[in-house]
Design a protein around this ligand. Structure first.
Ligand code: ADP
Ligand code: MG
Length: 538
């Protein structure tokens, strides 16, 4: 099934390979497959692909591989239009550098105190990611030297031009040696970008990912707007509501699939996962369980789901909005096969709306909004389903002996209506307690950990003596749990231990996951901190 280009085809260092693995990327996205080899070959590249297709890693991976860690000077410069993007790119770079701690990255954007940036620049950083305005500031102050830059990336070039950064870009590029590699990434390639390319690039290669006409089968498609942390609850309710025979839930990474699969099983559902790393024998076992109905929920990644051949899937849930329009079409094509009816529901968190619009545009489909199913929706559907069964049973007949029992019972004190209502009530209770409700795992209660309001403070058994810096802690927690680096609060690093605050809603997840992980090769020793300032142990 793996005829596509794999990350292993790129000859990457094992550190970067491991980081990609940690990030849960299974295979290069189409734009990565096209751009990475050209950048590795030293070409100037202009790459066009829509938002959300992994352009950051497309330049991040080869740029990182070119850095010489022993030279303490700026060797790569990434220009991007906004502070928000600047932070996002820096985060992605930090994840890619998880196993290369000697290579340093500095985001440089307006609004952040310039002193902090000065200190870091002075200490020597290898990669600077910045907005043109702030980079200009540093050039004016002579606090940033670009004389050793080998690679320049203009990310979201179309947006930078729209924001009027053309002249700044020109001035900045003048400070960078001529014999450099210049990479240009953009969602669109209007004429002004072509002009920029002509002006600043040397025999550029143009690569672009375009979408062929995609035909979408006739499947009822809807989306639910849901915050990341509420996805699990909504998922369970949706499954209760739809009561599928066979459902496939798609996640974007194998780590997310594994974690979700554990959580869903903990809530009493018969679920199993399928991802690209599994051996054929494991896949076969899972698939045969699914076909036989021993598992009714399959949690899969895109790669793993390729080649699944099951006709009776009646529900597909996109737990994550797919990376790529093509993936969306493939995912929903798993249902509604062989003339059966199917349904696809996509979970959309506020930051995914752009992607949802692009999917609708490129796949030419209408995806209708569906309200978050409520507990009473679930109950109502279950009752309706039950009454339908009752109607069928009445039609089928053969009820004589039961009728006699009810007649006897209603001669006592109860009307037959009361008896029917009581039977329905008992039946409904059986069908809820039989499954999910009881097994629901509560979030842990981290009482007083001395954190800010809304946060939980954790103790970590790693500190300065293990050469741990804040970015290692942020990188490890963000990388392992998928919570955004930005959400992580105060960090305090002492000699042999540290403290970190994370939002309450993520605390259980951070605790359970990080218990099993390391930071700079040390077990985290994570524990909720005790109220005062003193660590729990030591
Ligand atoms: P773009 O710059 O094209 O809009 P990003 O670089 O921001 O897209 O990537 C969007 C998301 O996709 C990010 O969360 C990123 O970590 C993720 N991603 C990138 N490459 C891959 C991959 N090969 N497999 C899975 N996820 C990926
Ligand atoms: Mg981008």
């Amino acid at each position: 099934m793996n005829s596509r280009i794999q990350f292993s085809d790129f000859n990457l260092s094992k550190e970067v390979g491991r980081a990609i693995e940690d990030m849960g990327f299974e295979e290069p996205s189409p734009i990565q497959a096209l751009a990475i080899p050209l950048i590795q070959a030293g070409r100037d590249v202009t790459a066009q692909a829509q938002t959300g297709t992994g352009k950051t890693a497309a330049f991040g991976i080869p740029v990182i591989e070119k850095i010489e860690p022993t030279k303490r000077c700026v060797q790569a410069l990434v220009l991007c239009p906004t502070r928000e993007l600047c932070m996002q790119i820096a985060e992605e770079f930090s994840s890619l550098l998880a196993h290369l701690p000697r290579i340093t990255v500095l985001p440089v954007y307006g609004g952040q105190p310039i002193e902090r940036q000065l200190k870091a620049l002075h200490a020597g950083v290898h990669i600077v990611i910045g907005t043109p305005g702030r980079i200009m500031d540093h050039l004016d102050r002579r606090t940033l030297q670009l004389g050793d830059v080998k690679t320049v990336v203009l990310d979201e070039a179309d947006q930078m031009l729209d924001m009027g950064f053309r002249d700044d870009i020109e001035l900045i590029l003048k400070k960078v040696p001529q014999e450099r590699q210049t990479l240009l990434f953009s969602a669109t390639l209007p004429q002004p970008i072509i002009d920029i390319s002509k002006r600043f690039q040397n025999k550029p290669e143009f690569v672009r990912v375009q979408y062929a006409e995609l035909t979408v089968p006739q499947i009822e498609q809807s989306y639910i707007e849901v915050k990341e942390r509420e996805k699990l609850d909504v998922l369970c309710r949706l499954i209760d509501l739809e009561d599928p025979q066979l459902a496939i839930i798609f996640c974007n990474t194998k780590r997310r699939a594994e974690e979700l699969s554990g959580k869903v099983r903990a809530r009493g559902y018969r679920a199993d996962e399928l991802h690209g790393d599994m051996k054929q024998s494991q896949r076969d076992r899972v698939m045969s369980g699914f076909r036989k109905g021993a598992i009714d929920i399959l949690i899969a990644t895109d790669v793993a789901a390729r080649g699944i051949d099951v006709d009776d899937v009646d529900l597909v849930i996109n737990f994550d909005v797919p990376q790529d329009v093509e993936y969306y079409v493939h995912r929903i094509g798993r249902t509604g096969r062989a003339g059966k009816s199917g349904k696809a529901v996509t979970f959309v968190s506020p930051r995914d709306f752009t992607k949802l619009h692009e999917i609708q545009k490129y796949a030419k489909v209408q995806i209708a909004r569906m309200p978050v199913p409520s507990q009473s929706d679930v109950a109502e559907t279950r009752i309706r389903a039950m009454l339908e069964k009752v109607r069928e049973a009445v039609k089928a007949g053969g009820l004589e002996s039961y009728i006699r029992i009810i007649e006897e019972e209603s001669e006592e004190d109860h009307s037959s209506i009361e008896i029917a209502a009581a039977l329905l009530k008992i039946q409904m209770e059986v069908s809820t307690t039989g499954g999910q409700e009881e097994k629901r795992r509560e979030d842990m209660d981290f009482a007083d950990t001395g954190a800010e309001v809304g946060m939980v403070r954790f103790f970590l058994a790693v500190g300065r003596m293990h050469k741990v810096a804040p970015k290692d802690i942020v990188g490890a927690i963000a990388g392992e749990t998928g919570i955004p680096g930005k959400a992580i609060g105060a960090i305090r690093i002492l000699d042999s231990y540290s403290f970190v605050e994370v939002p309450k809603e993520h605390a259980t997840e951070v605790y359970t996951i990080m218990k099993e992980r390391t930071i700079r090769n040390q077990p985290t020793g994570i524990e909720p901190a005790s109220g005062g300032n003193k660590p729990q142990r030591y």
